[in-house]
Design a protein around this ligand. Structure first.
Ligand code: SF4
Length: 327
């Protein structure tokens, strides 16, 4: 894999100012994404992975949301501070997003063809015929049957799997170099899920596209990821190549997640789970946000937030077990 960093996220904090208090959904996320790499953002619901993805393109409602600190550097442009006009040029063209729920991401009053062509016309200088041909090719690549018919369909006339693939086609219409896929297989059945995973793998291999793949499902991480960043309490708490993280997880939370994977060789009738709940982002625990659930908790964990530290060149973890503070 090439190591050129295409995107660099530094100490990103996205907070939401609500009547109940400040929701610190993303609270100091750091990672880089290289060309042609698939980085998986992993964690339970509510850990901050989707807000991290939305923050990359400033796609959350503001107010109440605000990026209060940090940088998102794409080709020397800081996406946090650049103008909205600049960001609109980058959205969809350089960095595209596939959302969890195609039904709410697609516009119900325009046909799929019109929506893809509009996306193409916003960024590329093509005639209507050229844009239509491109839309046709994209839908065909997404293995949508009867492409000409599909182009004339409205989202409600398509099945969930077709809508999801149409949305991927739309997101690829301007040949982005980064694709952010937020749980793209959550709402589809296993057959469509396999098709979508194949499409993403082909994009990675064939086009050297960089992918940020957001999921709570570690089996998908194993299928597609090069590296995985585990997020908890709005921060990256462990980051490493997928093989390393799956075989030698260091953080107690990552170990817990991996132990929850189903084991077909086991006779156990119940799946293991991590005791307790994800922390309330309005009222984060002091110190390490995982300490109320951690079996290895030490005194220092209750008061001092562990910094992320390298335990190998390619493997970093935020836990006092590795920082020396607990010894
Ligand atoms: Fe557990 Fe302490 Fe490590 Fe947090 S810092 S994961 S509480 S050992």
């Amino acid at each position: 894999m090439k190591s050129e960093a295409l995107l660099e996220v530094k100490n990103l904090k996205t907070w939401f100012y609500t009547r109940r208090g400040i929701v610190k959904a993303v609270n100091g996320v750091d990672f880089t994404l290289s060309r042609g790499e698939c980085l998986c953002l992993v964690g339970e619901s509510g850990c901050g992975k989707s807000v991290t993805a939305l923050s990359l393109l400033r796609l959350f409602d503001s107010p109440p949301g605000k990026i209060v600190e940090g940088e998102i550097v794409y080709r020397s442009i800081d996406l946090v501070t650049c103008s909205l006009d600049k960001l609109r040029q980058i959205r969809g063209k350089d960095i595209a997003m596939v959302f969890q729920n195609a039904q709410s991401a697609l516009n119900p009053i325009f046909t799929i063809g019109d929506q893809i062509i509009e996306q193409i016309n916003t960024h590329l200088d093509l005639s209507h015929e050229q844009a239509l041909e491109k839309a046709r090719t994209l839908l065909d690549k997404m293995r949508i049957p009867e492409v000409d018919r599909a182009l004339k369909q409205y989202p409600h006339q398509m099945s969930g799997g077709m809508k999801q693939r149409a949305m991927i086609a739309m997101s690829l219409s301007c040949d982005p170099c980064i694709l952010i896929a937020d749980e793209p297989t959550t709402a589809v059945d296993v057959t469509i899920r396999a098709q979508i995973m194949n499409i993403l793998q082909e994009l990675k291999r064939g086009r050297e596209m960089s992918i940020i793949f957001i999921t709570h499902d570690l089996s998908l991480v194993r299928e597609i990821g090069d590296r995985a960043a585990v997020i908890y309490g709005g921060r990256v708490i462990e980051i490493a190549p997928v093989e390393r993280i799956m075989n030698e997880p260091a953080h107690p939370y990552t170990r817990g997640l991996i132990s929850c994977l189903p084991d077909v060789s086991s006779d156990a009738t119940r799946l293991p789970s991590i005791e307790g709940n994800t922390p309330n982002p309005i009222d984060m625990p002091s110190g390490c946000p995982f300490h109320p659930r951690c079996n290895s908790v030490m005194d220092v964990c209750r008061s001092v937030l562990p910094e992320i530290t390298n335990i190998l060149d390619v493997h970093a973890v935020a836990c006092h077990l590795y920082s020396g503070s607990g010894k």
